[in-house]
Design a protein around this ligand. Structure first.
Ligand code: GDD
Ligand code: MG
Length: 355
């Protein structure tokens, strides 16, 4: 079984965390996010994965190698200019080994989910569909591809990010394509599967099927979602074969130092060489490699980038410190505030709260 993973997006909504690291390589529960996805696919029987990269292509091979540690044969293709989701799939198709009638999985590289991949593959095979889309239901479908289906499960429309969605059922970002159908995407130009390929297939009367699964599902595109995904993995609300160790209140990675007088909870990850000083409370957060939380500080639902340093007596709630950022003592940062990579905020009890 083969899969193409789309990992070429810019990760703009996750800035500054994606200034130096592409979104799929950001550590989630101590492991590069994409490794969780690859491990889940491997558990479902996938043995060959093609990563369709564009932005920071070189970082992927350096971070993931040949895939043997994850139980798959991992290959990389890159686009000189981003080709969009469909163009990326078409560009990666040359590496596939499947026959024309075989099934190929295609997945967005920023989704954490617990759906039953084998059941999706089975449905696709039973109905001999051209493509079978994994669909989930969300509270606010406007930010996604809205995908209504009829009583037999056939997709009746594909409406990408429509302001007035007719159903809460959305594209969950994992498709099973018949290889021959995937090869029909025009090569060498920008194509969006969401805006061109799927609507075009529907207009042509092709068999586009929906596989609805209400398992855990999260798009990790924003800092708040990134924190939630990481804490949910640590707490065991969603499982991954790539989580380093059993589920629990906190994941403290080798080389990290947590003072016995500090409290680390709510699914927090303390990255390698990160330090949490005495009296600090860190709840539901992500501390990346070498980050420091000063004495008596409180950190909730926040991210400290690599080597970011938070002084003593600070209060962070729903905040992001970029890599290398330094925040002096007695600062209060909340409500979505983001401190840029390597930025410095002086001590002084200043209150910064975002919009
Ligand atoms: N190689 C490559 N080249 N990959 C790309 C490109 C490209 O030009 N553009 C986007 N990608 C990758 C991104 O890295 C991401 O993994 C995936 O394609 C989807 O792109 P996003 O930018 O994250 O899209 P979205 O979240 O706004 O919407 C998509 O996902 C939703 C589910 O989370 C759509 O597929 C929606 O229909 C869907 O509901
Ligand atoms: Mg996304």
């Amino acid at each position: 079984m083969e899969a193409i993973l789309l990992v070429g997006g810019l990760g703009t909504r996750l800035r500054p965390l994606t200034d130096r690291v592409p979104k799929p390589l950001l550590p989630v529960a101590g492991t590069p996010f994409i490794a969780h996805q690859v491990a889940r696919l491997a558990a479902a029987g996938v043995d060959h994965v093609v990563l369709a990269t564009s932005y920071r292509a070189e970082a992927f091979a350096a971070g993931l190698g040949d895939g043997s540690a994850l139980g798959v044969d991992l290959e990389y293709v890159s686009e000189a200019e981003p080709l969009g989701t469909g163009g990326a799939v078409r560009n990666a198709a040359s590496r596939l080994r499947a026959a024309a009638e075989d099934a190929v999985l295609v997945a967005n590289g920023d989704i954490l989910d617990g759906h039953d991949v084998r059941a999706q593959l089975e449905l696709h095979a039973t109905h001999r569909a051209d493509v079978t889309l994994y669909l989930t239901r969300v509270e606010d479908p406007r930010a996604y591809g809205c995908v209504p289906t009829d009583a037999s499960g056939r997709v009746t429309a594909f409406m990408e990010k429509t302001p007035d969605p007719p159903t809460s059922q959305v594209n969950a970002g994992c498709y099973v394509f018949r290889r021959a159908a995937l090869e029909e995407i025009p090569p060498g130009r920008v194509v969006s599967v969401e805006r061109e390929t799927f609507p075009g297939m529907l207009a042509a009367g092709r068999h586009v099927l929906g596989y609805v699964d209400d398992a855990y599902w999260l798009d990790l595109g924003t800092p708040a979602a990134y924190v939630r995904g990481s804490t949910d993995l640590v707490l065991g609300r969603v499982d991954s074969p790539a989580r380093p160790g059993p589920a629990g209140e906190a994941l403290v990675l080798p080389g990290a130092q947590v003072s016995p007088d500090a409290v680390v909870s709510g699914g927090t990850t303390v990255g390698p060489a990160a330090v949490v000083h005495a009296g600090a409370r860190v709840e539901g957060s992500v501390l990346l490699d070498g980050a420091v939380v000063g004495e008596g500080s409180t950190v909730r639902r926040s991210v400290l980038g690599r080597e970011a340093a938070l002084g003593a007596g600070c209060d962070l709630d729903d905040a992001v410190l970029g890599d290398g950022a330094r925040v002096g003592e007695r600062n209060e940062l909340c409500r979505g505030v983001r401190v840029w990579t390597d930025a410095v905020i002086p001590a002084g009890g200043v209150r910064f709260s975002g919009g």
